[in-house]
Design a protein around this ligand. Structure first.
Ligand code: ATR
Length: 276
């Protein structure tokens, strides 16, 4: 079996081992996927130890995605733009870094919800690590405009500056705003803030939702519940981040194995498992 794992702290509740076990079973790939709790001051040493043990690659979760981007020998264009890696591929001693969070989100929206992003208006709430991780692939889906709204507007402005060339190449209008200045309405509203975890409400009015809009939280479970309730209260279709979770895993599996797993099936199984 080829060895993979997810590294994080905490990592106990990670669903990645379950997802990758299903991918391996359904594709017949000889993949064994575990989870490793990494000491906060021991990230690089843990990656090198896993390579020495014969590991073929790993996923990286909180709080190590930025350290991972600094550790790798080479990184994909999207990982460089995000300045964060969630997927490492070991090629001998060379560590290649990628980031599948954004393509996972876009895949979930386009494949599993049939929402068309092309020429649409998108509101991205938040400008932290989660927002940075998805912005590049969102731009590449070529919406008409993306407004990044954040409590600290300087962080949104920095994201806009970093992605300006990509936005111009895809003819996407990209701008940063403070939360209080968001006006107009959007086809897709993405919540990449930690407001639910902080116990705060959704930091924009329901009027940002066009009739029939899709409102998607990048988190899932209880952390996504207040945002999904807000979406329902304002007539939007709510979606949690489980689809993104499964799709980012599928993109990592594809990078490692060259085989695309049946992600929609595994997402359905996971929702059934969580509802049981
Ligand atoms: P993550 O990696 O999950 O993105 P992060 O980098 O700490 O975590 O980013 C958290 C995001 O939630 C930020 O956009 C943050 O806004 P600031 O950049 O102004 O800190 C946002 N956030 C957290 N609590 C918030 C609150 N109570 N109201 C509005 N935004 C909040």
């Amino acid at each position: 079996m080829d060895q993979y794992c997810v590294m994080g702290n905490p990592v106990e509740h990670s669903k990645s081992p379950w997802i990758h076990a299903r991918f391996a079973a359904l594709t017949g790939e000889p993949v064994a996927y575990g989870k490793r709790l990494i000491p906060l001051d021991g990230f690089a040493a843990s990656v090198h130890a896993f390579i020495r043990e014969g590991g073929r690659g790993c996923n990286i979760t909180v709080p190590f995605k930025f350290q991972a981007a600094a550790l790798v020998s080479r990184r994909s264009a999207r990982a460089a733009l995000a300045d964060a890696c969630n997927t490492l591929i070991f090629e001998g001693e060379t560590i290649v870094g990628d980031n599948t969070d954004g393509i996972g989100l876009v895949a979930d929206l386009q494949r599993n919800t049939c929402v068309e992003l092309g020429r649409r208006d998108v509101l991205l709430l938040g400008a932290g690590g989660a927002a940075a991780g998805v912005l590049g692939p969102l731009i590449e889906a070529a919406p008409r405009r993306i407004v990044i709204a954040n409590r600290t507007v300087a962080k949104a402005a920095a994201l806009v500056a970093r992605h300006a060339t990509l936005a111009a190449a895809n003819e996407v209008e990209l701008r940063a705003l403070p939360l209080a200045e968001v006006a107009g309405s959007f086809d897709v509203v993405l919540n990449a803030t930690a407001t639910s975890l902080a116990g705060a409400g959704v930091p924009v009015p329901g009027s940002v939702l066009k009739p029939g809009a899709l409102a998607c939280d990048l988190m899932y479970g209880p952390a996504a519940a207040p945002f999904l309730q807000w979406a329902r209260d304002h007539g939007a279709t709510g979606r949690d981040g489980l689809g993104m979770l499964v799709e980012q895993a599928a993109e990592a599996f594809l990078l490692w194995r060259g085989v695309r797993p049946p992600s929609a099936q595994v997402l359905g199984e996971m929702r059934a498992e969580l509802a049981a």
